[in-house]
Design a protein around this ligand. Structure first.
Ligand SMILES: C[S@@+](CC[C@H](N)C(=O)[O-])C[C@H]1O[C@@H](n2cnc3c(N)ncnc32)[C@H](O)[C@@H]1O
Length: 341
């Protein structure tokens, strides 16, 4: 594309670019080029330029805007309400909007796709519901289907966030848990989803055996595909209610219980299959003032089930809102007070 440009001696290019940018004369949509010993900086057709000018041909700039906010077509007074962050699962962006912005959802979605070339679909998050914790998502821009491949901790995970639960925010937590698994461990992932914990353990500790359970048929279908995709034959997938499947398993060295709103209800069932010395990773959704009280409750549930336990670690996985969050209790089973049946 032809444009007016400043002809700047080599060595002065960066200073000139900055000067022109600060005055709003620099054309950011075109790429700066060279002509012999001169740098050609594309500038607006008008505006005072303290260098020689001429016209030249320029290639379009490949740089995309850094924030989608700069490109949303929205009344000025609504701009401060635009969210600064959103979740990305593979090539799908999942965004929450305040009521005042829902009428502008399509424009916001289009601006996100325009700003981040890796995003192909934008969905409005209308909350998680039901036993399978599925997110209600409404596509507001881009591709209609949400099946995607999410890369995490060196794994490739097929996910469709409209039919299975998946949170990209747990990547480092999954790595933390997988990092504790020892050689030859038997691991039960009671609420496995598409398998991000199970597959990571399987990949990192090849001698481990993982039983991955989920009640959502679509999650298990994707989990099976993910086992193939990541070549992790040491993971066995089970469809069904964990409280029915776990009693059929035995000798667990580790149990992952990632169902924050109700995992504690399955503690007794998990303890029944644990060996002495096993670890349980119990995820809980808690409010800030509840933190201390909850451990007492968990420990007495374990005692009632005949297990002596010790709190090995307490981890704040991610704050949900100023008042509540998701935490993990790493629980060590030090022994049993009675035989378990
Ligand atoms: C919070 S998600 C966690 C998924 C996965 N661990 C992850 O990190 O992405 C909880 C999962 O538990 C499953 N679930 C809920 N109740 C269950 C039950 N009684 N038995 C087995 N799975 C269950 C849901 O379908 C969902 O996939």
């Amino acid at each position: 594309m032809r444009s007016r440009c400043a002809v700047v001696p080599r060595g002065e290019g960066e200073r000139a670019r900055k000067y022109l940018s600060e005055r709003g004369i620099l054309r950011k949509d075109l790429r700066i080029s060279r002509d012999g010993d001169s740098i050609l900086i594309p500038v607006a057709a008008r505006g005072k330029v303290p260098y020689a000018t001429r016209t030249a041909e320029f290639a379009p700039s490949e740089k995309r805007p850094t924030s989608y906010k700069e490109h949303v077509d929205l009344p000025r007074k609504l701009h401060p309400l635009l969210p600064s962050a959103f979740d990305i699962v593979g090539d799908v962006a999942i965004i929450k909007l305040p009521d005042e912005l829902t009428g502008h959802a399509s424009a916001i979605g289009k601006a996100i796709i325009g700003a981040q070339k890796s995003i192909k679909s934008v969905a409005l998050d209308e909350g998680v519901e039901g036993e399978a914790r599925i997110r209600k998502l409404l596509v507001i821009a881009g591709r209609k289907t949400m099946l995607t491949v999410h890369k995490e901790n060196g794994l490739r995970l097929k996910v469709d966030p409209s039919v299975v639960y998946f949170s990209p925010r747990l990547a480092s937590e999954r790595a933390r848990v997988a990092g504790q698994v020892g050689e030859g461990e038997n691991v039960i992932d009671m609420f496995a989803g598409v398998g991000p914990f199970s597959l990571l353990v399987a990949r990192r500790v090849k001698s481990s055996r993982i039983d991955a359970i989920d009640i959502n048929t679509k999650a298990i279908k994707l989990l099976k595909e993910n086992i193939e995709l990541n070549k992790t034959a040491n993971v066995r997938a089970h469809i069904g209610d964990a409280s029915k499947i776990v009693p059929r398993l035995k000798g667990a060295d580790r149990v992952i219980m990632n169902l924050p709103h109700s995992a504690h209800e399955f503690l007794k069932c998990a303890l029944r299959v644990c060996r002495k010395g096993a670890t349980i990773h119990l995820y809980q959704h808690i409010t800030r003032d509840e933190t201390d009280g909850r451990w007492g409750e968990i420990a007495s549930k374990c005692m009632e089930a005949g297990a002596k336990v010790r709190l090995q670690r307490y981890v704040i996985v991610h704050p949900y809102s100023p008042s509540s969050g998701i935490v993990c209790y790493d629980i060590k089973i030090v022994g049993f007070t009675r035989a378990r049946g």
